[in-house]
Design a protein around this ligand. Structure first.
Ligand SMILES: C[S@@+](CC[C@H](N)C(=O)[O-])C[C@H]1O[C@@H](n2cnc3c(N)ncnc32)[C@H](O)[C@@H]1O
Length: 209
């Protein structure tokens, strides 16, 4: 087990899913952005670093039938599967590091809330974008939520990279057309506030230079 995976395993072993700072009972902004994508309920959707997020519960309730959750923490995935009970079998669960894993399928929508901002090494960011590009074909959409420029400098004991619209878009590169940005003030279970930036992108063909 990598030190990275050990960190997240320890986090989920030591904290109840409802007590982690990133907990949301209803991921309202993600849900409204996903609705705004216009994808159908049979579209292939992946939540990268989904952890114990309840996004999957809401998407199942809304009738989405092709959902994949990837997370490097087996404990987080176990929590989510237990919560869903019988419905868990309708979801594809992948225990893996997004920087290592190569999907054997492609997605109409890639969703990531609070994972990309942990990539503080440019090499890891390049790797993430390469895997994203492999998994999302031209026309596919991407929602990435990171801490905003006024967001926390650390999360779960780890340093993070904060983003504004320009830096997030520059980091993803020219193959990702900006469809919009929204900010959210997230209220943690202990009452603190955290600024998030949600970027909505569409994969486009590489532009000639
Ligand atoms: C801050 S939590 C956010 C969880 C979820 N997206 C949400 O909004 O509730 C970050 C999650 O990303 C997972 N994670 C961190 N680095 C990862 C990586 N390189 N590959 C896959 N999952 C990762 C962690 O295990 C954790 O579940």
């Amino acid at each position: 087990m990598s030190s990275h995976q050990q960190h997240w395993e320890a986090t989920y072993r030591d904290h109840l899913p409802e007590s982690v700072t990133w907990y949301q009972e209803r991921p309202a902004l993600s849900l409204s952005l996903i609705e705004a994508t216009g994808i159908g309920s049979d579209a292939a959707v992946v939540d990268v670093g989904g952890g114990c997020s309840r996004l999957v519960d809401h998407l199942l309730d809304e009738g989405y039938t092709n959902l994949t959750i990837l997370d490097l923490s087996p404990t987080a995935i176990r929590y989510a599967r237990q919560r869903l009970g019988g419905s868990a079998s309708k979801v594809t669960w992948i225990e893996a590091d997004v920087l290592e894993y190569r999907f054997d399928t492609t997605f109409d929508l890639w969703h990531d809330r609070a994972v990309f901002h942990f990539l503080t090494d440019p090499v890891d960011r390049e790797r993430y974008v390469a895997h994203l590009s492999d998994a999302v074909p031209i026309g596919g959409q991407i929602i990435i939520a990171t801490f905003g420029l006024d967001g926390p400098e650390r999360c779960s004991g780890l340093p993070v990279q904060r983003y504004g619209p320009e830096t997030l878009s520059q980091t993803l590169g020219d193959d990702f057309e900006v469809l919009g940005f929204q900010q959210e003030t997230h209220h943690t279970p202990t009452g603190a506030t955290q600024q998030f930036l949600y970027g909505h992108f569409q994969r486009r063909s590489s532009r000639a230079t």
